[in-house]
Design a protein around this ligand. Structure first.
Ligand SMILES: CC(C)(COP(=O)(O)OP(=O)(O)OC[C@H]1O[C@@H](n2cnc3c(N)ncnc32)[C@H](O)[C@@H]1OP(=O)(O)O)[C@@H](O)C(=O)NCCC(=O)NCCS
Length: 114
């Protein structure tokens, strides 16, 4: 997990985790992508996920990374697509918030082989 700090305050984070089962361990997932609202649109989100992708490729050595994003989240999707992520599926009713169902896109990004 990486964080971006403004003095002592955590203002952005992203997590990268390799899949645990041996037959899935050539992939990692990205989770917990978040930038504090007052610090958005300054490139922090892009810098954080770029860091995660470099870690996934160079340190974990995985072939690709997957993530999920709510279909209404056009800002996050634009960021992911600009980095080479593509939608490979859509899960209907993934989340239920206050009784309302929300769909999520499943996205993947292939990483260069060493
Ligand atoms: C998604 C999120 C992490 C982006 O963080 P950020 O620091 O604002 O992003 P950046 O400033 O690095 O911008 C990266 C890209 O996001 C997109 N983006 C950012 N702000 C945008 C806006 N207002 N409208 C449309 N696209 C926008 C653009 O593609 C932008 O790339 P560009 O600067 O080259 O145009 C942030 O909005 C956030 O934390 N949202 C709430 C939590 C969330 O949605 N997490 C993702 C869950 S899957």
């Amino acid at each position: 997990v990486w964080g971006h700090f403004d003095d002592a305050n955590l203002v952005g984070m992203v997590g990268v985790q390799r899949e645990s089962h041996a037959q899935l361990a050539h992939k990692a997932i990205i989770w917990g992508m978040y930038v504090d609202a007052a610090h958005r649109h300054r490139g922090l989100g892009r810098a954080l996920i770029n860091h995660g992708l470099v870690y996934a490729a160079d340190v974990l050595g995985v072939r690709g990374v997957n993530l999920g994003v709510t279909t209404s989240n056009t800002v996050a999707m634009a960021l992911y697509q600009s980095l080479g992520f593509r939608i490979y599926g859509t899960e209907k009713g993934f989340l239920m918030i206050d009784g309302v169902l929300h769909d999520q896109h499943l996205m993947c990004c292939d990483l260069p082989r060493p």
